[in-house]
Design a protein around this ligand. Structure first.
Ligand SMILES: Nc1nc2c(ncn2[C@@H]2O[C@H](COP(=O)(O)OP(=O)(O)OP(=O)(O)O)[C@@H](O)[C@H]2O)c(=O)[nH]1
Ligand SMILES: [Mg+2]
Length: 176
């Protein structure tokens, strides 16, 4: 069991979890690919001066077979979130309408009382009016997020804000 609180990056394959993790860490360590299904196992990363660990997780929605609950990663990912009970950072694609698979995954988390934040990646692909539209559309579509924000692993927009939010969250948890 990790000895620090864990933030787990989770979301559909190819949404940019590993890319965002590399931005958060400040150097390229997690493998990234244009092909979905690049990350095969949960892996923990640590930053000096941070009282928490970041977990890169395999994505869902890659295998052509149906739903979240059936994927082969289910065992590893579910065991990890049940044992470690991380704060889950659910990455979604900021260009798309709300996705059924993301909703299903969030229901899996909520059923286990796992807290989550919603992070809409690839915001570099949105112009101003799309951003306005997508903010309204996406941020009201998923229930129970502690916080929601846009980021871009490409331009680094929002990345430091995300890091600051997460660090503040754990600090305030400890002082409760
Ligand atoms: N335009 C844009 N592309 C991005 C961004 N973040 C990631 N990508 C691209 O999306 C693709 C997938 O990135 P990964 O980081 O490997 O995605 P992943 O979610 O870790 O994928 P799996 O490990 O397969 O689950 C790559 O081609 C990235 O360059 C972003 O913020 N903007
Ligand atoms: Mg990955």
């Amino acid at each position: 069991m990790p000895n620090k609180p864990v933030v787990a990056l989770s979301g559909r394959s190819n949404v940019g979890k590993s890319s965002l993790l590399n931005r958060l860490l400040g150097y390229n360590t997690a493998p990234v690919s244009q092909r979905p299904g690049c990350t095969h196992a949960v892996r923990l990363y640590e930053l000096p001066n941070e009282a928490l660990l970041w977990a890169d997780m395999p994505g869902y929605g890659y295998a052509a077979v149906a739903r979240v609950e059936r994927y082969s990663w289910r065992r590893e990912v579910l065991r990890f979130i049940e044992e470690v009970r991380p704060l889950v950072c659910v990455l979604i694609d900021s260009r798309l309408p709300p996705q059924r698979l993301d909703k299903e995954w969030i229901e899996v988390l909520r059923a286990r009382d796992i807290r989550y934040i919603l992070v809409a990646n690839k915001a570099d692909k949105l112009n101003q009016s799309m951003r306005y539209h997508q903010r309204r559309r996406l941020f009201s579509a998923f229930e129970g997020a502690l916080w929601q924000t846009f980021v871009s692993a490409h331009t680094q927009e929002g990345v430091q804000l995300l890091r600051a939010w997460v660090n503040d969250y754990f600090t305030s948890q400890q002082t409760l």
